[in-house]
Design a protein around this ligand. Structure first.
Ligand SMILES: Cc1cc2nc3c(=O)[nH]c(=O)nc-3n(C[C@H](O)[C@H](O)[C@H](O)COP(=O)(O)OP(=O)(O)OC[C@H]3O[C@@H](n4cnc5c(N)ncnc54)[C@H](O)[C@@H]3O)c2cc1C
Length: 453
C-alpha cells in the first residue's frame, strides 16, 4: 500500500475541521485534510445555517460575505405554544450559505499550505503503543488505499463519528452516547410567495405537540427565501420527522412555496455536554463528533469553530514540546470547557428540564415571565439561569399559580450552577478523569430524579 507522511491529518472539512485547518495553516506543519465529499459539496449538510456574530469575533475568523452571506440577523423572536406570547431577543448574527463559507475557509487554508483531498475517506485508524498514528484512507478518484502516517489526527467527522467510533473502547474518545441526547432534525429551503416581513429576525416556535422535545424554526435567507424546519428529541419512539413536517409545516410557513424548493434533508445533532475528554494519545476530536453543539437550541457551527480553534492551539503547543500524549493535548479540554463546554453542561440540564415541560407550563412560564427575555439571553450566552423574577413570583403566587413548576425551576438553576462549578474544576490531566466523570454522572442522575418528581 502507498504510504504518505504528515505532521497532522485532519479528517472532515466541515465547520470544525476547516476551522482547525485555517488556524494551523502556515505554521510550519505539513498538514493533510481529507473529506469524503467532492469539493463543491463540502460544508453542505442539513442545517438551519444561523450563526451568531460573536463566534467570528472571538476567534478572529472572517465574517461571511458576498455569496457566503444570505441574511444579516438582528435577533430572534420566540413564540409560546399557544402563540399568545412573543419574545424578542436581540443579538447579531448571520444566516449563511454554509458550503460557500466552508469552502472559502478551506481555500484560505489551502492557499497557506494545507493539502486538501476531497472524495477521500478515512477507513480505519493506525494504532501503535496506545497512540493514534494516522489512518488508512481511500482516495475515490484514484481508487486507491493509502496509509497516512501522522504525528497527530484531528477527528472532525461530524455526527457520524465515523473514525473515532473505530477506536478500541479503552480509548476514552471512542465514547458513545444515549440517543435521547440528540435531536433528529429536518429542514427545507424554499422561496416564499410573498416578501418576508422582518427578514432580520429568526423565528422559533416551541410546541411539544408539533415538535416534541425540540422546536420549529423559520430562518429567512433574504427577503423571499427561507430555511424552515424542526427538531425533535431522539430515542423516544416518536413518528418519523417527515410525518411531523408534513403535518405541521403550514402552521409555521404558510407562505412557503414548496414548488420552488431549493434543498431539503434531515440529520442528527447532539444535544449534550461535550465528550468527557476531547483528546487522547495522538488524537483530538472536534465539532459534532465531540458533541460540541448547544444542548438547548442545537446550534453547533459556532462551537464547532471554538473546538477547532482550541484543537489548533493545543496542536501547535504539542509540536513545540514534541509530545502528542493525552496529557500534552489536554489543553484542548481546558480551552474548550472554559470557552463553551461548561456552559454546554449547564444547558444540558436545562434542556432535560425543558423537555419534560407541558405546553401549558411553557405558555404559563412565558406569559408570566418566570424567566425574562434577558434572563434567557443570559442563559444562552453563559449557561447561568437568573431567577430573580421567579424568586419574587414564588412568594407572590405560591398557591395560586404553579408553585411546583417554580420550585423545580429554582432547583434546576441550582444544579446548573453546580455542574458548571464541576466543569470549572475540570481535571488537570487524564489521571483524574475517571473520578471527575463519576462526579458528573452522579450529579446528572440526581438531577434527573429531582425533575422527574
Ligand atoms: C437540521 C439541522 C439544523 C441545524 N441548524 C443549525 C443552525 O441553524 N446553526 C448552527 O450553528 N448549527 C445548526 N445545526 C448543527 C450544525 O449543523 C452542526 O453542529 C455543525 O455543522 C457541525 O459541524 P462539524 O464540522 O462538526 O460536522 P459536519 O459539518 O457534519 O462535517 C463533518 C465532515 O466530515 C466528513 N467526514 C465524515 N466522516 C469522514 C471520514 N471517515 N473520512 C473523511 N471525511 C469524513 C463529512 O463528509 C463532513 O464534510 C443544525 C443541525 C441540523 C441537523
Amino acid at each position: 500500500m502507498k504510504q504518505l507522511t504528515y505532521d497532522v491529518l485532519i479528517i472532515g472539512g466541515g465547520f470544525a475541521g476547516s476551522t482547525a485547518a485555517w488556524h494551523l495553516a502556515n505554521k510550519g506543519l505539513k498538514i493533510l485534510l481529507i473529506d469524503s465529499k467532492p469539493w463543491n459539496r463540502i460544508g453542505d449538510k442539513p442545517c438551519g445555517d444561523a450563526v451568531s456574530k460573536e463566534h467570528f469575533d472571538n476567534l478572529g475568523m472572517p465574517y461571511p460575505e458576498g455569496e457566503q452571506l444570505e441574511q444579516k440577523i438582528d435577533g430572534i423572536k420566540l413564540y409560546s405554544p399557544d402563540m399568545s406570547t412573543e419574545w424578542t431577543v436581540k443579538g447579531e448574527g448571520f444566516e449563511i450559505n454554509a458550503p460557500a463559507y466552508t469552502q472559502r475557509i478551506l481555500r484560505e487554508a489551502r492557499d497557506r499550505g494545507v493539502e486538501v483531498m476531497d472524495l477521500t475517506t478515512a477507513m480505519k485508524p493506525i494504532l501503535e503503543d496506545g497512540f493514534v498514528k494516522g489512518a488508512v484512507i481511500f482516495d475515490r478518484r484514484k481508487e486507491e488505499q493509502i496509509e497516512v502516517r501522522a504525528k497527530m489526527v484531528i477527528e472532525a467527522t461530524g455526527y457520524s463519528r465515523s473514525f473515532r467510533s473505530k477506536l478500541p473502547q479503552e480509548i476514552p474518545v471512542s465514547e458513545d452516547m444515549d440517543e435521547r441526547d440528540a435531536d433528529i432534525a429536518y429542514r427545507e429551503v424554499a422561496y416564499t410567495r410573498e416578501d418576508i416581513d422582518e427578514p432580520g429576525y429568526l423565528k422559533i416556535f416551541i410546541n411539544q405537540t408539533t415538535s416534541p422535545g425540540g422546536y420549529w424554526w423559520y430562518f429567512p435567507k433574504g427577503k423571499d427565501k427561507v430555511n424552515i424546519g424542526l427538531g425533535i428529541q431522539g430515542g423516544m419512539g416518536y413518528p418519523s420527522i417527515y410525518t411531523f413536517y408534513e403535518k405541521y409545516w403550514k402552521e409555521y410557513g404558510a407562505d412557503v412555496d414548496r414548488n420552488r424548493m431549493i434543498v431539503k434533508g434531515g440529520a442528527l445533532v447532539p444535544t449534550r455536554r461535550p465528550l468527557d475528554t476531547l483528546v487522547w494519545n495522538g488524537i483530538i476530536v472536534i465539532g459534532d463528533s465531540g458533541y460540541t453543539a448547544n444542548p438547548v437550541h442545537g446550534g453547533g457551527k459556532g462551537s464547532a469553530m471554538i473546538s477547532g480553534f482550541c484543537a489548533a492551539r493545543a496542536t501547535l503547543n504539542s509540536f513545540e514540546k514534541g509530545d502528542f500524549s493525552a496529557q500534552s493535548l489536554w489543553e484542548t479540554n481546558l480551552c474548550y470547557n472554559e470557552r463553551y463546554g461548561a456552559k454546554q453542561a449547564s444547558l444540558e440540564l436545562f434542556r432535560r428540564f425543558l423537555q419534560k415541560l407541558s405546553d401549558d407550563d411553557i405558555n404559563y412560564g412565558m406569559r408570566k415571565k418566570v424567566i425574562r427575555e434577558e434572563d434567557l439571553l443570559e442563559a444562552s450566552m453563559t449557561g447561568d439561569l437568573q431567577l430573580s423574577v421567579a424568586d419574587k413570583a414564588m412568594r407572590v403566587i405560591a398557591g395560586l399559580g404553579r408553585p411546583s413548576l417554580l420550585y423545580k425551576l429554582k432547583n434546576v438553576a441550582e444544579y446548573m450552577k453546580e455542574i458548571k462549578a464541576l466543569y470549572r474544576a475540570y481535571p488537570a490531566g487524564p489521571d483524574q478523569l475517571p473520578k471527575w466523570k463519576g462526579q458528573v454522572k452522579q450529579l446528572i442522575l440526581e438531577f434527573d430524579k429531582v425533575i422527574s418528581k
